[in-house]
Design a protein. Structure first.
Length: 279
């Protein structure tokens, strides 16, 4: 309980308030839908709740199902915002402890079981002292995967959503002009690139990720109904804006440069003081 309270304090009140407001609006949208969506199990009840929320939100815009999906996507993003804030905070703390982790790897270069166990024990202590959760980056993904699956099934199980139209799109079919897949890939690249630029130490995989993810998203968006592609476009645009404000690489770089400059200035002062003492 104490650990959970500490996590809430780190996240801050604003993301939590926005998440609660988003949840309330989702519930209102679902309950305002006057129709009936059948459910026979716990999972089908989740899918039915998603379908009702999308259809309820669509009714606010004259049964415009594309707008319903856009509103639902934004609400879902606000709902998981506390997890995203926690993830980013954990990632930034992980970057701070990277030099200490490298020192541990140098301290225990052996591959034997004893060396591995000693290194893992000290690594866990390091994470605990720094307040780092190495698995925090998986939380948003774990939450979003059921959302994607539920949304996919909502579209296919609802004749109304499957036959709905939005701009040039038939929501139950692929985007014929590939506009949504291209936008989904571009926004994925933007958010991945911003996140990568905020990382001080990059390996080959880290540098490649902003170019790999967009390709995966592009071909995935081609293969799925345009309603799901629309969800990705809006969601990835939201994530790009979110990353810029929560993990602004330009601001982080300026802060690092100022810290390095202060460190260099301090070293110069120490050297100067030593010369003066010798004289």
């Amino acid at each position: 309980m104490k650990r959970f309270t500490n996590i809430l304090k780190k996240i801050g009140p604003l993301p939590l308030i926005l998440a609660v407001i988003a949840l309330i609006i989702i519930i209102i949208a679902g309950t305002s839908f006057s129709g009936h969506v059948a459910s026979h199990s716990l999972w089908s009840a989740v899918v039915a709740a998603f379908t009702s929320a999308i259809l309820g939100a669509s009714a606010w815009f004259g049964n415009n199902y594309g707008m319903g999906i856009i509103v639902f996507t934004i609400l879902i993003r606000f709902l998981i915002l506390p997890l995203m804030v926690y993830q980013i905070q954990s990632m930034m703390k992980m970057q701070i402890v990277q030099p200490a982790l490298k020192a541990l790897q140098s301290k225990y270069p052996g591959k034997d079981t004893e060396s591995r166990q000693l290194m893992m024990a000290e690594q866990q202590t390091l994470y605990k002292d720094a307040g780092v959760n190495p698995f925090a980056s998986m939380l948003p993904l774990i939450v979003q995967m059921p959302v994607l699956i539920a949304l996919y099934q909502s579209i296919y199980n609802s004749q109304v959503l499957r036959s709905g139209k939005f701009l040039w799109l038939q929501l139950g079919h692929n985007d014929p002009y590939y506009i949504l897949p291209i936008l989904a890939a571009l926004f994925t690249f933007a958010s991945s690139w911003l996140s990568t630029q905020a990382t001080p130490e990059q390996n080959g995989m880290t540098k490649a990720m902003p170019y790999i993810f967009p390709v995966v998203i592009f071909f995935s968006a081609i293969a799925v109904p345009s309603a799901l592609s629309l969800y990705w476009v809006v969601g990835n645009l939201f994530q790009t804006i979110q990353t810029f404000f929560l993990q602004n690489p330009f601001k982080i770089r300026r802060q690092r440069e100022l810290e390095l400059q202060k460190e260099r200035d301090m070293k110069r002062k120490i050297k100067k003081a030593k010369r003066s003492t010798k004289r």
